[in-house]
Design a protein around this ligand. Structure first.
Ligand SMILES: *Cc1c(COP(=O)(O)O)cnc(C)c1O
Length: 560
């Protein structure tokens, strides 16, 4: 009996994700997609759902972000040692890529819930002596390299992942693709259905549909993974007849999303608005909506966790119980918030030396630094911003990484540093380098206001605002993604009017809401502010959590 044996019999579902935030010290995560995969795994363990997770080992992580003297992002490898956290499995399989055998070996990481239920996470690794030097680095850099490197990674995840599961002895009923990166798995499964008479592949699409679930995350066509057929044929020349592939994946190029839409029996978007946008983009496909959620235990500050446990004993397993948060004593809620805020202030001081004030509200903005998230929207009119702060002071904390090849995101980071210097003496504005799970935990607990200013409809869901609400932090956000479902104006937080595509209109609406509604309430009506904190917990945390999300995946997607 090996370490994997106890999981083999009881596991029926495999969840594939290019990234997974399975532990704060394991850097196999770039952003929201990986955090979602991690929260999914944690909820599966809590709810004892029979799921195995498959991802890449990403030995060099995403990257470690440093900020140079000029405010420029510097990227360094974020190397970790799988042997310190995982056990190497003795199963090894190969995929023929570019006419070479690429060997893949999984590491087993075991995640354990609070009550001891364990969930297996397999991290695929090609850094093996059997492989050619160039293939050994295939699972080093998360989202690194060019198109060819990325396609090879997707081959390792989708095709390699399916073969590894089979070699280990898993008998699976369902495969769940977290975004299209693992969509080659669908072809692997297609090729597995053989005609018993002549032994030729049967390409039984009904079978593949019956056992595959696809969650899409990108609301625009250009955001979906795609590759040229030339590149694909070069990598996997005899994998599947080209005309058949084109039938599923589009005629011009290999569109991973289109293929997943054609071959998965259940497809969903990650919020209601996102499902509608996706249905519009790909007419003719039924797109379900299962709105994302966050893992309560992971994202709650310890002070609030204690308060909730005292008042709602089973809230971790059943966060719906937070629906009665209105009965929490306001003084207790505020005391917990002060503890979380102090923790954030200490963390900022420890990391970058700046000292924020306890008595001035903190506006938090942390997410991937990329165009559609508009990280500089708040700073479009510095004179106006300073005037608002002069009347009612506030402080700003920002964090986020830009993908190494995202020039726009990187220049936003530089711009924010220049702006922070310009605002010196008027508005305290700090940037926390190397946004990761730990920084996220400190921020979503300790801010007063959580800001989000994406360009609609690009924010598929967004989850950091859900983490904030769980800690009584109030959301101020453009009405996109999840916030369309969660915002009750003046009750759970505030929407920023996003009428039209005019960016300047969004800026004006943001300043108006901040200067005329949010800050006056904070300073003028502390009792009402605290009531809103409780309303935000009651209406948002009770619903936008990953326990509810996984119960829905289980009943609607897995038990079809
Ligand atoms: C929650 C989280 C995200 C996703 O936040 P969004 O609001 O969806 O942008 C990204 N990175 C980290 C480290 C997180 O914890």
């Amino acid at each position: 009996m090996t370490l994997i044996t106890p999981f083999l019999k009881r596991t029926r579902i495999a969840y594939f994700s290019m990234e997974i935030a399975i532990h704060p010290d394991i850097p196999t995560c770039a952003g929201g997609l990986g955090v979602l995969a991690g929260d999914t795994a944690r909820s599966c363990a809590d709810l004892e759902l029979p799921v195995v997770f498959v991802s890449l080992v990403s030995r060099a992580g995403y990257f470690r972000q440093r900020i140079g003297a000029d405010g420029r992002q510097v990227e360094e490898p974020d190397t970790w040692d799988p042997a310190a956290w995982c056990t190497p499995m003795d199963a090894m399989i190969a995929v023929r890529i570019e006419q070479r055998m690429v060997w893949i070996r999984p590491w087993l990481y075991v995640h354990s819930s609070d009550h001891g239920h364990m969930i297996p996470v397999l991290l695929l690794d090609t850094d093996l002596p059997q492989n050619a030097p160039e293939d050994r680095t295939l699972t080093h850099f998360l989202y690194g390299g060019d198109d060819a490197y990325r396609l090879k990674q997707e081959i390792v995840l989708g095709i390699g992942g399916a073969r590894v599961l089979r070699a280990l002895g898993f008998a699976l009923e369902t495969h769940h693709l977290n975004e299209g990166h693992a969509a080659l798995l669908l072809l692997e499964l297609l090729g597995r259905s053989y005609d018993k008479g002549n032994g030729k592949p049967q390409y039984d699409t009904a079978y593949v549909r019956s056992c595959c679930v696809f969650t899409t995350h990108t609301p625009v066509e250009s955001g979906h993974d795609h590759f040229s057929y030339e590149l694909f044929q070069h990598m996997l020349p005899d994998f599947i007849p080209l005309d058949m592939l084109k039938q599923y994946a589009g005629h011009e190029c290999l569109n991973m999303t289109r293929r997943a839409l054609n071959l998965a029996g259940f497809v969903n978007g990650v919020a209601r608005r996102h499902a509608e946008t996706t249905a519009h983009l790909f007419p003719g496909y039924p797109i379900h909506a299962i709105t994302n959620g966050v893992h309560p235990q992971t994202w709650v500050h310890s002070a609030f966790a204690e308060l909730y446990s005292r008042n709602f004993p089973h809230w971790r397993h059943e966060p719906e119980r937070l629906v009665r948060a209105l009965r929490l004593p306001e003084d207790d809620v505020w005391r917990c918030h002060e503890a979380a805020k102090q923790h954030l202030i200490d963390e900022i001081e420890r990391r970058i030396g700046n000292t924020l004030s306890r008595s001035v509200p903190i506006i938090g903005f942390a997410r991937r630094m990329t165009g559609y998230k508009r990280p500089t929207l708040l700073f479009q009119d510095l004179a106006r911003l300073a005037a608002i702060a002069e009347k009612r002071p506030f402080q700003i904390v920002i964090a986020g990484k830009a993908h190494p090849r995202d020039a726009e995101g990187k220049s936003a980071i530089e711009a924010i540093h220049a702006i922070a210097r310009e605002l010196e003496g008027k508005v305290m504005c700090v940037f926390l380098p190397n946004y990761d799970m730990r920084i996220a935990q400190a921020l979503v607990g300790g801010c007063d206001i959580w800001l989000n200013t994406p360009l609609p409809p690009f924010e598929a869901s967004g989850t950091s605002g859900m983490k904030a609400a769980l800690n009584g932090v109030l959301n101020l956000s453009i009405l996109d993604g999840w916030w369309v479902e969660a915002c009750i104006e003046g009750v759970t937080g505030w929407g920023i009017d996003d009428a039209g595509d005019d960016e300047q209109a969004h800026v004006r609406a943001l300043y108006a809401k901040l200067g005329e509604v949010v800050l006056p309430l904070y300073y003028g009506e502390p009792g009402q502010w605290r009531r809103m904190m409780k309303q935000s917990i009651a209406h948002i945390a009770s619903y936008f959590n990953s326990q509810r999300m996984m119960r829905r995946y289980a009943s609607e997607a897995y038990l079809r």
